[in-house]
Design a protein around this ligand. Sequence first.
Ligand code: CTP
Length: 155
Amino acid sequence: MSARLPTAAAAELRAHAVAAGLKLEPTVAITYGTYDLFHIGHVNLFRRIKARYDILVVAVSTDEFNAGKGKRSAVPFADRIEMVRACRHVDLAIAESGWGQKETDIVRYGADAMVMGSDWTGHFDGLKSLCDVVYLPRTEGVSSSDLKRHIQSAG
Ligand code: CTP
């Protein structure tokens, strides 16, 4: 709502928007991942999220959090989050450093939706009491694991 509108007109417009079922606040989506060897599948996911929601928050798992899950990335956390942050579809990049953070983040950022790629379908349905949980199509034929295998086999 523009601050330049006269108060009465702003109120009238707001009432009209509400009656029409329009949202007055920007919508917020949050998504989680490691984003190792940042690739086109990650960019496509961010683009698809931004086509549906106004603001995208991306939580990037820290090296310590990944180690606890037995995962080790090729690219260190500081670089992974910087590359995510540099993507034009991303409004805010934050660290994911522990279990249970998703619930806190959803509330803290007022997320309307938690969005993941379709390989995670059903996995986060427990968050549905807090916000929408949406799984978008995964980009076929590319993954961080595939890239690592490819690089290793290339010697
Ligand atoms: N993603 C996607 N399309 C791909 C690869 C990943 O949409 N081709 C999505 C995942 O579904 C997830 C997010 O990107 O929501 C972050 O995934 P991440 O695990 O960091 O990337 P992957 O390439 O899947 O890594 P890995 O091979 O280690 O599982």
